[in-house]
Design a protein around this ligand. Structure first.
Ligand code: ZN
Length: 131
């Protein structure tokens, strides 16, 4: 995904991406969002939800280093895969919802798509099918 799009999300979610420059021994965020731009809205929606939830945890007294923290974002087996450190059941449910949406959303353009199984798995609409 374009760095400018990633930055839009990072700016809105400073808490959960506070460790994005921490390096490979901490997380895999230096690879950025390793998926197509068609999933931008799914990711933005997911991370805004997790950011708001993290802010609640902070207000309830959770220390910053125990708050949820983005660890990896990528396409895997055709669908969206998001890993968050300091996760919990609520975040797991949000991530599953985003993954479910990615199964129906073209990874290239964001239009309605479906999982295509050829040499590898991917989610595409008809016009992006060959990409
Ligand atoms: Zn498409």
């Amino acid at each position: 995904m374009k760095k400018s799009l990633e930055s839009q999300i990072y700016l809105q979610c400073p808490l959960i991406f506070r460790n994005k420059h921490a390096g490979l021994q901490v997380n895999l965020m230096q690879f950025g969002f390793d998926c197509g731009e068609g999933w931008f809205e799914i990711l933005e929606n997911l991370f805004l939800n997790i950011e708001a939830y993290s802010r609640q945890l902070l207000e309830q007294g959770r220390s910053i280093d125990k708050l949820p923290s983005g660890a990896q974002v990528k396409e895997k087996w055709g669908t969206l895969c998001v890993y968050i450190d300091n996760t919990d059941e609520h975040i797991g449910t949000l991530i599953q919802g985003a993954r479910g949406r990615s199964c129906l959303t073209c990874e290239i353009c964001g239009n309605a798509g479906k999982i295509i199984i050829e040499t590898y798995y991917r989610v595409r609409c008809e016009s992006c099918r060959s990409l």
